[in-house]
Design a protein around this ligand. Structure first.
Ligand SMILES: [Ca+2]
Length: 407
């Protein structure tokens, strides 16, 4: 049973929509039947495409459909350095790490418990690099000018302090805060950039200076994904409205992919969307989570500090209808949830009771545009943690954002 909430001129009306339940049942049956065949087709299509375009590197994943993803060369750091370039874990020499250029104190480490009681989470393969004080690693990659990309990386902090990873692809650069608010075994993070020429020098840098010079971010695996430019459609002013173009992880990321705060829409790792909050928003995929529709959605994991927005072209004084889906990711995130939606001067609060087992409902309201540009914003009213892990932040899932003018 699904409930639809419509707020029209200040009045809230609620009614039951069995249609969505029916549609979901029909869809899941069809999905089961068609999935295997689709997967086979997609794979061969993607393989042909990859051969033709040859993005990046030695390994490509077809997990998230659409564009290919590839590791950067030696992106999982499993190609070992020559032992003569290693002093215990310390890499000696600018070109000592295969396929990379390094600067400063960079360690080549093996995941797991470390001497001194530390634990290095390495989810992919067994090796990783650790960037000490002011250290960096770089690689030059082939890209297409004007094209939007996301770097997808497994990264975590290694010391007690909050650590920052500075990612740069000139002329763009950004600082990604590494915290352990989201999961205990390392996070996967996506960072977007737009290519300005046919090669790009990608640099991962630890700008921090700690008392222990080896303290700093641990990089486990680094991949890249190329995006199709999102566009509004005839029936919907929202670009990438169902979050189907996004940083689908190349890694088996059961924790989803964090979209760092303060990402502008022109280079967002979630094409079309602005991450305008102080904390990250999480991108989730249907292989590991319950996603209301299609393969991608976002989980608003940090209450009011975790907001996502988009700017739409509108006609002043025209009335528009905004519809969206709220649900839970079937990840043990439970409680009374609420998404607040904002458009022009209008807002809607949509409650959703989660038992953490997956479900969703659709809500809509009308707003009147007051300018040629209207910002729509969504955030979670409350903070939530997983029932099985109170250290992991979680929250309501947002999907299928649709805006169209009311006739
Ligand atoms: Ca979706």
């Amino acid at each position: 049973m699904e409930i639809c909430v419509n707020r029209d001129e200040g009045e809230a009306r609620v009614w039951v929509l069995d249609y969505w339940t029916l549609r979901r049942t029909q869809r899941s049956t069809a999905q089961r039947k068609g999935r295997a065949a689709q997967k086979r087709q997609r794979r061969t299509g993607e393989q042909r495409r990859r051969k033709r375009e040859g993005i990046g590197a030695e390994t490509t994943s077809f997990l998230g459909f659409g564009k290919p993803m590839a590791y950067l060369q030696n992106g999982n750091f499993e190609e070992k350095p020559d032992p003569k370039n290693l002093q215990k874990t310390k890499l000696i020499g600018k070109y000592s790490l295969p396929k990379w250029e390094i600067n400063g104190l960079v360690e080549y480490v093996t995941g797991g418990p470390q001497p001194g009681g530390m634990f290095f989470p390495v989810a992919h393969g067994i090796h990783a690099v650790r960037l000490g004080n002011d250290a960096s690693i770089s690689q030059t990659i082939k890209v297409k000018p004007g094209q939007l990309y996301a770097l997808i990386l497994g990264a975590s902090r290694t010391c007690a302090q909050d650590e920052v990873l500075r990612i740069s692809v000139p002329p763009q650069s950004g600082d990604v805060p590494l915290q352990t608010l989201y999961s205990l075994n390392g996070d996967v993070i996506a960072w977007g950039f737009r290519a300005t020429s046919n090669v790009a020098k990608v640099t991962f840098h630890n700008p921090g200076v700690q008392e222990d010079p080896s303290c700093g971010p641990l990089l486990d695996a680094i991949a890249i994904r190329e995006f199709y430019p999102p566009a509004p459609t005839r029936g919907n002013l929202v670009k990438n409205s169902g979050f189907e173009e996004g940083p689908f992880p190349i890694f088996n990321s059961t924790n989803g992919v964090l979209l760092p705060p303060k990402q502008e829409d022109f280079m967002s790792p979630l094409p079309g969307w602005i991450i305008e909050s102080l904390k990250a928003v999480k991108f989730i995929d249907s292989w590991h989570f319950n996603v209301p529709s299609g393969h991608g959605a976002v989980e608003l994991v940090a209450g009011r500090e975790s907001a996502i927005a988009q700017i739409l072209r509108t006609i002043p004084n025209k009335v528009y209808n905004l519809t969206f889906t709220i649900g839970d990711a079937k990840n043990g995130c439970h409680g009374s949830m609420m998404i607040e939606a904002f458009a022009a001067k209008d807002t809607l609060k949509v409650p959703y009771k989660s038992v953490g087992k997956g479900g969703y409902k659709t809500a809509s309201f009308r707003f009147k545009a007051i300018a040629p540009r209207t910002r729509i914003t969504f955030y979670s009213s409350f903070y939530h943690t997983r029932i099985d892990d109170f250290g992991s932040l979680c929250g309501p899932v947002l999907d299928q954002v649709v805006v169209f003018p009311v006739a």
